[in-house]
Write a protein that binds this ligand. Structure first.
Ligand SMILES: Cc1cc2nc3c(=O)[nH]c(=O)nc-3n(C[C@H](O)[C@H](O)[C@H](O)COP(=O)(O)OP(=O)(O)OC[C@H]3O[C@@H](n4cnc5c(N)ncnc54)[C@H](O)[C@@H]3O)c2cc1C
Length: 437
């Protein structure tokens, strides 16, 4: 197996990881930054055949190149931690790789929170961020009628991407009530750059319905999505359904931090079934483990600007440049305040948290229904009795939903974190003891 040793390893090449790598490299450290996507940029700067890289990403990559001491590994994922400051990496270009480090920076970002509804497994239903990723990857949607639903600012980013690609967005369905959104909108005056961004992305919602205090009730279709029912109103007695004929539904209820690697390493975690569990960091972005830092959305959902400044602080502290890092604290505080306002405005309300009908599939990998899971008192029991969360996605979707519906702790990190080649795992396995030993 190829072995490589550097001063700083950064996992994740989104805004946090790239800022961390740049800060550490510019201070002279030998840095390796890796990401499981084929192109650097993480979620917000995702690019592809139909979507050129954003200017900010081009700038970050140029700065890394000019530092000269950075290895950027794309299509490379950490499948397991190794003893003694090492990571087992599977790289599309290099095969199995053992990456050794003095300092580790976790910048593993977030995942979309998908909450099931009747019909959510029909072809044509994706997450809101999922739709964006597909469009940026080249999926044509020109002329399609799309409904975007769920909660949070990602719906608006998804709206802009879908429109730009030529789709007709019929409605944006937001679970948060109008009153919370109005308060949030007024508060945007404190961050004019965000106000401007929102205006650019929505174009005032011209030509579509913007339904607040509403959730998706059901997707209908024969082999593919043809129609969506949306429940308006919080209380069942005053609720009314609205129906749209559509070709596609993109539904995501915000984001949850991706703490898989930090959890496997043993970093301290703050468990929160409502907002998603986060890696705990101090003001220098240090985790509870010696020489392991974390930045960006694995430490809490906060958007690109917060992720970038946290990454820079982590990168500087990882190379001992604490004074330079301290100068960025005020900027981080400002974006953290913004993140708290977003969290309050888009907190999941009762209608979104309500368990869907008994026959709705909760775990699509193992075909387990909500009724099957509801029978059990905790996640471990549900897994053992129903195989829920034990399929190829290893609970990325259903465990997150079960946390919301049942308040369970669904932490279950066990390497390998994602499907890995047997050869990769064998190379990392300790030599078996011989008969004479
Ligand atoms: C699907 C989706 C779409 C989004 N779209 C937008 C948008 O359009 N606009 C916007 O403002 N915000 C968007 N966001 C929010 C976005 O997450 C943040 O604003 C920002 O990208 C966070 O930066 P980050 O560096 O913390 O994480 P990310 O940008 O998420 O980067 C983390 C990277 O780490 C990689 N990674 C994780 N684990 C491993 C591992 N074990 N091995 C290798 N690599 C790993 C991930 O694949 C990812 O590329 C989106 C989020 C999601 C989940």
């Amino acid at each position: 197996m190829i072995k490589q040793q550097v001063d700083v390893v950064v996992v994740g090449a989104g805004p946090a990881g790239l800022s961390a790598a740049r800060a550490a490299a510019q201070a002279g450290a030998r840095v390796a930054v890796l990401d499981d996507n084929p192109r650097a940029g993480g979620q917000v700067w995702r690019n592809g055949p139909a979507h050129p890289p954003a200017a900010a990403l081009t700038w970050q990559l140029a700065a890394l190149r000019s530092a000269g001491n950075v290895v950027l590994l794309s299509s490379a994922r950490v499948v397991a931690p190794l003893d003694d400051r090492g990571l087992l990496v599977e790289s599309a270009q290099r095969g199995a790789l053992e990456l050794g480090y003095q300092r580790l920076i976790l910048a593993t970002g977030a995942r979309e929170r998908l909450l099931p509804f009747d019909g959510w497994t029909l072809p044509g239903v994706t997450g809101a961020g999922g739709l964006q990723a597909l469009i940026k990857g080249g999926m044509p949607v020109r002329g399609e009628r799309i409904v975007i639903a769920g909660s949070g600012p990602l719906l608006i980013a998804s709206l802009a991407t879908a429109r730009q690609a030529g789709a007709t967005v019929l409605a944006v369905v937001e679970q948060a009530p109008w009153s919370a959104l109005a308060r949030f909108g007024i508060g945007l005056a404190a961050t004019p750059s965000k106000l401007w961004q929102a205006a650019q992305l929505t174009r005032g919602f011209g030509g579509l319905r913007y339904l607040t205090g509403s959730v998706v009730r059901e997707a209908h279709g024969d082999g593919r999505v043809e129609r969506i029912s949306i429940r308006r109103g919080a209380s069942a007695d005053r609720a009314a359904d609205v129906v749209f004929d559509c070709d596609r539904i993109a539904c995501g209820y915000g984001l949850v931090p991706n703490i898989t690697l930090g959890d496997a390493l043993g970093c301290a975690i703050r468990r929160d079934a409502a907002a998603g569990s986060v890696l705990i960091v101090d003001h220098e972005q240090r985790t509870s483990l010696d020489q392991v830092f974390a930045a960006g959305e694995c430490t809490g959902i906060g958007g690109m600007e917060l992720a970038s400044v946290e990454g820079e602080i982590a990168g500087l502290n990882a190379v001992g440049a604490t004074r330079e890092a301290t100068r960025l604290h005020a900027q981080r505080d400002r974006w953290q305040r913004f993140a708290r306002r977003v969290e309050t405005a888009f907190a999941l309300r009762e209608a979104a948290r309500a368990l869907p009908s008994d026959h709705t599939v909760l775990c699509r990998c193992e075909d387990v229904s909500c009724a099957d899971v509801r029978e059990h008192t905790n996640w471990r029991d549900a897994k053992l009795q129903t195989r829920c969360g034990m399929g190829p996605c290893q609970g990325r979707v259903c465990a997150t939903a079960a946390e919301v519906y049942f308040g369970w702790n669904t932490a279950q990190t066990r390497p390998p974190f994602s499907p890995a080649r047997i050869a990769t795992l064998l190379e990392a396995a300790p030599e078996p003891a011989t008969a004479s030993e």
